[in-house]
Design a protein around this ligand. Structure first.
Ligand code: PLP
Length: 361
């Protein structure tokens, strides 16, 4: 079976993780922690990176640190992984779902404007499948309405608009290092920010909100959202290779494009930005959800795995609300095709052949 995703683990990862284990620094204190945070901040082009246990708690920690909670509304895209909505709900705030742009699959600034209310406190754009959301316009909306911007950059390590990388536009950005993301720490995440005060507050809340001066004195409810030195060792090894990973992913996408676009398949968008290829996307206009799922079944028979686009948040039982037409339509007709470092040309060609057969092109 050709998987949709597979982490790239080399002797470097094995040797750094082994070194971390041998050092006995297995919890959240240790040299790899600091190294990982510094390397990741440098990679993004940002002052601070705060490592956390995973991307979902990173989103939650960012919301809490910025004072967003009960009584507040946070505008997020309808088409995203459920973690974006769940982090808002867990904070006590209400996620409000905006439709996405047909051309980028990311949150539509015009839809954000229509959803603003006196309770709106924040916008949480998602750089879906590696394509940056329209940050210039989103930042302008935020500025003129006094809103916080938290970027969900879990799928977009290294993506940029001009020279500015994702995760550095808003008050903060949140990344995931889950096993299928562009770099992995097993489970893990990081919050990036240029704000010194926010950096201090994130670190404080990450560690049970313990006083810096008086041990075991806590003045508010904090969390244990720490990453471990073992995970950070894996992350350091991955960060040493991230440029090669991004190049390899770009080459994989090029080959997919050459095979699929002539057959009328829409691959990953590129609109006024420098996206990265987290997952190859293939949208087949006019396909129904049933048709799409049947095609995925046919591919599986041929030992090729694939994934459907996310369900829109407004379709899920706990968030059921008004249909957002673009998100709903993309969700029905979108596939993610196998994308991983080390994928061979023959594998890509086989995936394309089986995919085109399955969708009747
Ligand atoms: C993966 C992902 C997350 C959550 O990251 P975890 O590390 O798995 O908790 C959040 N948002 C988006 C868009 C993601 O793809």
């Amino acid at each position: 079976m050709i998987p949709v995703s597979r982490p790239f683990i080399s002797e470097l990862e094995i040797s750094l993780v082994t070194d971390a284990v041998r050092s006995t620094w297995v919890s959240s204190i240790g040299p790899y922690m600091d190294q990982f945070e510094h390397m990741f901040a440098e990679f993004c082009g940002v002052k601070h990176a705060v490592a956390v246990s995973n991307g979902t708690v990173g989103l939650h920690l960012a919301l809490v640190a910025l004072g967003i909670g009960t009584g507040d509304e946070v505008i997020i895209p309808d088409l995203t992984f459920v973690a974006t909505a769940n982090a808002v709900r867990v904070s006590g705030a209400v996620p409000v779902f905006a439709d996405v742009c047909r051309d980028t699959y990311c949150i539509d600034p015009a839809a954000i404007r229509r959803l603003l209310t006196p309770k709106t406190r924040a916008i949480m754009p998602v750089h879906l499948y590696g394509h940056p959301a329209n940050m210039p316009v989103i930042l302008e909306i935020a500025r003129s309405n006094g809103l916080v911007v938290i970027e969900d950059a879990a799928e977009a390590h290294g993506a940029a608009i001009g020279e500015t990388r994702t995760g550095t536009f808003g008050h903060c950005g949140v990344f995931s290092f889950y096993g299928n993301k562009i770099i992995t720490t097993g489970e893990g995440g990081a919050i990036t920010t240029n704000d010194d005060g926010l950096n201090v507050r994130l670190r404080y809340l990450r560690d049970h909100a313990m006083s810096k001066d008086i041990r075991y004195w806590h003045t508010e409810v904090g969390f244990n959202y720490r990453m471990t030195n073992l995970q950070a060792a894996l992350g350091v090894a991955q960060l040493k290779q991230v440029d090669q990973f991004l190049n390899a992913r770009a080459e994989i996408l090029d080959r997919y494009r050459k095979k699929l676009e002539p057959a009328g398949i829409e691959c990953n968008p590129v609109v006024d930005a420098r996206p990265v290829n987290w997952l190859v996307t293939a949208v087949v206009d006019g396909l129904s959800r049933a048709g799409r799922d049947a095609a995925m079944g046919a591919m599986r028979e041929a030992e090729v795995d694939s994934r459907p686009f996310f369900y829109p948040m407004s379709m899920l039982p706990m968030y059921q609300s008004e249909r957002r037409p673009v998100a709903w339509q993309l969700s029905e007709s979108g596939f993610n095709l196998p994308t991983f470092v080390g994928m061979t040309r023959q594998q890509i060609d086989l995936v394309c052949e089986q995919f085109l057969k399955a969708v009747g092109r």
